[in-house]
Design a protein around this ligand. Structure first.
Ligand code: NDP
Length: 475
């Protein structure tokens, strides 16, 4: 392997303020009853900014601003006018993409290559796509005169901060709702930069409100009596708590929760492409992906070959400074997440699975975990059942297609799956039987705003993306 010269992206394109207020009613305001917290770069532990932890009075003010904007302006704004704002936001995101990519990478730890080529372009694409729907809601197959739900409370995680914001805000606004969004505690910065995009696009005040904070801020939003709909992406545990909190109320809920996706490699699969798919499936975004292909199922007859080529490929992955354009694997998002990944990996060792990772030097500061595989994994192992949410792959084998289906479906989750085979008929046969919201064939981790995304069982309910994604925001 040859050496790569450093190719760091400049951070000078983005101005990070030393402290931020909350974005309520179209402007940044000070907290009424909250505290402050800091956000750091997980790659260096450098403090990036001080944020406001919104308290119940702040959440109340944000919901009131969203309600006012809904009643007075947004619910009366025709779809074709709403579309103009969404197109404007989409264009601004594209124009300011470098700024967003750099900020996302600094705050989240993901490689700049991914934030630049995946997160930010998709966020912009989401707004373009839903802008197109805003004046065509009557043709979405959801009734001849569908109406917005009202004020949506939206809670998003730290793995794709800007992209999850776009998945939530674009369909909500297109359908005529106003929103209060809470970004994750460890990754609030791109949501606050997005607030400035709303100002730049001259979006009416109060249509989008952003309250930063931790779990308690999310809880206050869920509990607020004037919120008509909650959209949540995050852990199954918190998703269940939210479902319990809104049970018996009129609040609509969509939950996009965890996953333990099977990536199934048949013996006729093109091995090199499959290996790329395995790597992309589990090491993309450090494995902080709800639909990650974290359980590899390999047909026994090609197991040795696949394993050998996978190890060879893993040895070429470059881990390190996320701002370097050559980096493949960035930092783990937080110390807590690193601890969780370490603990579950140790459980894998204790259960008797064999751990392997390519030799790689971990940076001195920040949170790091090398791309890792476990072989000798059985279905009973916790590392085959629980979401690790890190760059850790559990490898199992199968002999027949029926066995592959049975093992793939043997999980409390059902968000995604991958199938690698040359046979089109086998892809269809598998897709029919896999209990997963998304089934990728000869590819993995592909996202498109036109395509619905969501889960079965403990992976949640409701769909985001596509025409289906409008349903959650209409009645
Ligand atoms: P959480 O589910 O706690 O976080 C998701 C969002 O919910 C964050 O904005 C969080 O705020 C907020 N939140 C936390 N508690 C509450 C509550 N009681 N009511 C309302 N909102 C709340 O995920 P974690 O960050 O704790 O990660 C834990 C595990 O969850 C990971 O290891 C991973 O397995 C899984 N996960 C799955 C994701 C997915 O996309 N499916 C995404 C993220 C995590 P805050 O960040 O401030 O705590």
């Amino acid at each position: 392997m040859f050496e790569y010269a450093p190719a760091p992206e400049s951070r000078s394109i983005v101005d990070i303020a030393s402290s931020y207020g909350l974005f309520i009613g179209g402007e940044f305001v000070d907290t009424r009853d909250g505290h402050t917290f800091k956000t750091i770069s997980p790659a260096s532990e450098e403090v990036l900014a001080e944020l406001t932890e919104a308290g119940p009075a702040d959440v109340d003010a944000a919901v009131a601003a969203a309600r006012r904007a809904y009643d007075r302006v947004w619910s009366k704004t025709p779809g074709r006018e709403r579309a103009k704002y969404l197109y404007r936001i989409a264009r601004i995101l594209a124009e300011r993409s470098r700024e967003f990519a750099v900020l996302e990478t600094l705050d989240n730890g993901k490689p700049i290559r991914e934030s630049r080529d995946v997160d930010v372009p998709l966020a912009s694409a989401w707004f373009f796509y839903y802008a197109g729907w805003a004046d065509k809601l009557a043709y979405a197959g959801l009734g001849s005169d569908p109406q917005p739900v009202g004020v949506a409370g939206q809670i998003i995680p730290w793995n794709f901060p800007l992209m999850m914001l776009a998945w939530k805000i674009a369909p909500a606004l297109a359908a005529g709702n106003t929103v209060v969004l809470k970004p994750a505690e460890t990754t609030p910065l791109t949501a606050l930069l997005f607030a400035s995009v709303c100002q730049q696009a001259e979006l009416p005040p109060g249509v989008v409100n952003i309250v930063t904070g931790a779990g308690a801020t999310g809880q206050a939003l869920v509990a607020h009596p004037d919120v008509d709909k909650i959209a949540f992406t995050g852990s199954t545990e918190v998703g269940k708590a939210i479902a319990r909190a809104v049970a018996g109320t009129d609040t609509k809920v969509t939950l996009e929760l965890g996953g333990k996706a099977a990536n199934v490699i048949f013996d006729d699969a093109p091995v090199d492409q499959a290996v790329e798919g395995i790597v992309n499936g589990i090491f993309f975004n450090q494995g902080h992906v709800c639909c990650a292909g974290s359980r590899l199922l390999v047909q026994e007859s090609v197991y040795d070959e696949v394993l050998e080529r996978l190890k060879r490929r893993m040895a070429t992955l470059r881990l390190g400074d996320p701002m370097d354009k050559n980096t493949d694997v960035g930092a783990i998002n937080s110390r807590e997440q690193l601890t969780r990944i370490r603990e579950l990996s140790e459980v894998g060792d204790a259960e008797g699975a064999q751990r392997w990772s390519a030799a790689c030097e971990l940076p001195e500061h920040g949170f790091w975990f090398p791309p890792t595989i476990f072989t000798g994994v059985t279905q009973a192992h916790r590392i085959a059942r629980e979401e690790i949410f890190g760059p850790v792959l559990s490898i199992l084998t199968f002999r027949t297609p029926a066995e592959a289906v049975e093992k793939a479906n043997n999980t409390p989750y059902g968000l995604s799956a991958g199938v690698w085979t040359e046979k089109g008929s086998r892809i269809l046969w598998m897709a029919d039987r896999l209990r997963a919201g998304v089934v990728w064939a000869n590819t993995f981790n592909r996202f498109d705003p036109t395509s619905p995304f969501g889960g079965y069982k403990e992976s949640g309910h409701g769909r985001e993306g596509g025409r289906h994604g409008l349903e959650a925001y209409l009645r």
